[in-house]
Ligand binder design. Structure first.
Ligand code: 5AD
Ligand code: SF4
Length: 435
């Protein structure tokens, strides 16, 4: 028997890439590859890349530069680039870095086994199609090996919103929803493998339309899957939060009280220029309705600062919105002009001004985040235990609010959901004792 080949996948960017990397590893598993944790002993290295900001895309080229000497040492080593940089730049990647043997876009990775055959024959392989066939249909069903209790499950891909700054509609294509039957089957398979919590993924997940009643309908169906205890979803657009989805936050116990709902800016002038088709006010009213359905919900968001033409007053409107909402988590980014997007043509804000705004916003968000964490002290929460901690008797997991919780003297095992009392708030985690 020949020894299995080793595959190292490095994942950049969003959770959808994490999910895709798992599926790519499974697809190449059928070709005799097993995963390894380091590049040094790999026979194939795949970089699953992100194109959302310039920094993310440039990281890929510096990583490829670092990997090249490995190939000089080991000529049989194959190097591949997958994900959104692959989609956006295609053959240009091989021109810029000739050590690259394979380029595969996010919609084509079910074709990896055939592409690997080409590499075996000493050829290179490039596929950045948006194929007619559904990649999920052509992937092998997921193997039955035991796995971690929290999993990602992609239900929707692509985006038709065309925010003026964003490459996603170009790299991931138009909105497509997977059929509910397939998702339910994948969820049941995951439960058999020890999964208790799924996070439903989509670039615009609440635009999901593969089930009657949209995402809410899918969530209600998944809530009936025996053994599936917790459901989350990300990332959503405010305009797709329909009445039933809001109601589901109040009446589906399996749906966790956490919602990532990016607004990007608090200024209507900038929102309009971003082509967001909602206002700060309509977003705030929407949050009121969501909080009425689920008063303890923790909110999360994304912000861009330094969008072209953003004035001090526009930025202050963003700070005001953040003060009003008080996010439990929020991610803020300095605007990065992406080639091919409408905003890329517009004049940039002075980078120093943008840096300064980013720091101010991040400081405000962190202060809220910490305040919310501290307010958890003394409260009882339920934690899905995901792994053992460094100290003896300590287990780590996530509360229903997605806080990382360290449980001291824990008697529960991985995959258990336990009730605990929070005793301390640290910067990035909470400490708890079992009840
Ligand atoms: N520049 C900066 N941030 C961006 N995002 C998307 N495109 C850009 C860009 N060109 C941010 C948005 C989005 C998150 C995933 O990344 O806030 O919600
Ligand atoms: Fe990009 Fe999200 Fe806007 Fe779609 S809704 S274009 S993914 S920022």
């Amino acid at each position: 028997m020949t020894a299995p080949k080793k595959l190292f996948i490095k994942t950049y960017g969003c959770q959808m890439n994490v999910y895709d990397s798992e599926r790519m590893a499974e697809a190449l598993g059928g070709k005799g590859y097993v995963e390894t944790k380091t590049a040094d002993d790999a026979d194939m290295i795949l970089l699953n890349t992100c194109h959302i900001r310039e920094k993310a895309a440039e990281k890929v080229y510096s990583e490829l530069g670092r990997l090249k000497p490995l190939k000089d040492l080991k000529p049989d080593l194959k190097i591949g680039v997958a994900g959104c940089v692959a989609q956006a730049e295609g053959a240009e990647i091989m021109r810029r870095q000739p050590a690259v043997d394979l380029v595969v876009g996010p919609q084509s990775y079910h074709r990896l086994p055939a592409m690997e055959e080409r590499l075996r024959q000493g050829q290179t392989a490039l596929d950045t199609d948006f194929p007619e066939e559904d990649k999920f249909e052509h992937l092998q069903s997921r193997p039955k090996a035991k796995r971690a209790p929290a999993a990602f499950l992609t239900v929707q891909e692509g985006c038709d919103k065309f925010c003026a700054f964003c490459v996603v509609p170009y790299t991931r294509g138009a909105e497509v929803s997977r059929p509910a039957m397939r998702i339910l089957q994948e969820a049941r398979d995951l439960v058999e493998r020890g999964v208790r919590e799924v996070t439903l993924l989509g670039q615009n997940v609440n635009a999901y339309h593969g089930h009657d009643g949209g995402l809410a309908g899918l969530i209600r169906a998944l809530a009936k899957v025996d053994g599936l205890e917790r459901i989350r979803y990300t990332t959503s657009h405010p305009n797709d939060m329909d009445d039933d989805l809001i109601a589901a936050h109040g009446d589906v116990p399996e749906l966790m009280p956490y919602l990532h709902l990016p607004v990007q800016s608090g200024s209507d002038r900038i929102l309009k220029r971003m082509n967001r088709s909602h206002t700060a006010e309509s977003y705030l009213r929407l949050l009121e309705r969501i909080r009425a359905a689920r008063p303890d919900i923790i909110l999360s968001g994304d912000f861009i600062v330094g969008f072209p033409e953003e004035t001090d007053a526009d930025f202050e409107a963003t700070m005001d919105l953040v003060r009003e909402v008080k996010y439990g988590y929020a991610y803020s980014f300095k605007y990065s002009a992406r080639p091919g997007t409408p905003a890329a043509e517009r004049a940039l804000v002075d980078p120093k001004v943008a840096d300064d705004r980013l720091q101010q916003l991040q400081a405000l968000i962190s202060s809220h985040q910490y305040e919310i964490q501290r307010s958890m002290v003394g409260r009882d929460v339920s934690v899905l235990v995901e792994r053992a901690g460094r100290q003896s008797g300590q287990m780590l997991g996530k509360s229903e609010y997605l806080h990382s919780v360290h449980i001291e003297d824990c008697t529960a095992g991985i995959g258990d959901i336990v009730n605990v009392r929070i005793v301390e708030a640290k910067t990035n985690s909470l400490t708890a004792r079992q009840q």
